[in-house]
Write a protein that binds this ligand. Structure first.
Ligand SMILES: *Cc1c(COP(=O)(O)O)cnc(C)c1O
Length: 293
């Protein structure tokens, strides 16, 4: 699978207390395939090719980074793609869906109850025609790909902490599997009250007893919700470091890290690797004047 990725940048953010944060800019990998979603897709796409499928199918909402990435990655490697989208077709398609269409994804809209209840039966019924990837790219092959994220970082053993945003937990499970046992892997959940997360993640771990940390208090009201405080934070981070974040995932994870630092959860002298998981296309759903970038 030959896709030209730009070299990944690592930016160094010196902070107080002799703490260093390095940001792994997965958002800069490729103009269309953003961040962690590529890693979650990689082994799914390889499996589809090996099994002789010509079409990838998957599920997602109208603003889904996973839909955007699946469309782009499929087109780049010469597979067709179908996106089953949650909810009736809106009169004006979201920027995400328009982009997916430009990348040749065929869109099918499912009423919400059908989307909720019939996904697994659809996958079974159409399994000879389509290679299905789960909603969000979740699952074992996604975890396997996400474990390779840390291979991009030189001297990865020198970090005591690794921070990432968490949706389904697939990426965090990969990061845990790809990290050293002494490293603290911390996931900031972007959903409210997702109490299944811990066990969802643990079932994918190579070392079932591995300790990892989840932050559940930085969700800003829940999945894809935002407050003026979050938007101000995003603009402040842009002003301070020229680092763009998205309001669904990376703004919340970086906010979580900054709060952890300010309440002294991280000892001085620590080195932290913050994974910028991408997802900037999600900001296209915001009004033009909300963000300074
Ligand atoms: C999907 C996504 C995540 C969450 O990944 P999971 O593997 O579902 O936990 C984090 N950040 C961004 C930008 C994403 O698009």
């Amino acid at each position: 699978m030959d896709i030209d990725f730009s070299p990944i940048e690592l930016i160094h953010l010196p902070l107080e207390n002799d703490i260093l944060v390095d940001v792994l800019r997965l958002d800069m990998m490729h103009p269309l395939i953003n961040g962690n979603k590529w890693f979650k897709l990689k082994y799914n796409l390889l499996a589809a090719q090996e099994l002789g499928y010509s079409t990838i199918a998957t599920f997602g909402g109208a603003y889904s980074n996973h839909i955007a990435a699946t469309a782009a990655a499929s087109q780049l490697i010469g597979l067709q793609s179908v996106g089953f989208i949650r909810g009736e077709k809106a009169p004006i398609l979201s920027p995400t869906l328009l982009q997916a269409q430009r990348n040749a994804m065929h869109l099918e809209f499912l009423p919400r109850d059908v989307y909720r209840n019939n996904r697994s039966s659809m996958m079974t019924e159409m399994s000879s025609k389509y290679y299905f990837v789960d909603e969000g790219g979740a699952g074992y092959l996604g975890v396997k790909g996400a474990a390779e994220i840390l291979d991009l970082v030189e001297n990865v053993s020198s970090y005591q902490y690794i921070y990432s945003a968490v949706g389904t937990g697939t990426t965090l499970a990969g990061l845990i599997n790809g990290s050293f046992a002494y490293q603290h892997v911390v996931g900031v959940s972007v959903m409210k009250n997702n109490f299944e997360l811990e066990s969802d993640i643990r079932k994918y771990l190579k070392d079932k007893n591995r300790v990892f940390e989840l932050r559940q208090e930085y969700h800003f009201g829940g999945y894809a919700k935002k407050t003026p405080e979050l938007v101000d934070f995003m603009n402040a981070i842009w002003k301070r470091w020229h680092l763009p974040t998205d309001f669904v995932y990376t703004a919340k994870s970086l906010f979580g890290l900054m709060c952890d630092l300010s309440i002294g959860r991280i000892p001085s002298g620590s080195k932290i690797l913050f994974i910028h998981t991408g997802g900037l296309q999600g900001n296209l759903s915001l009004k033009d004047n909300v963000l300074d970038f």
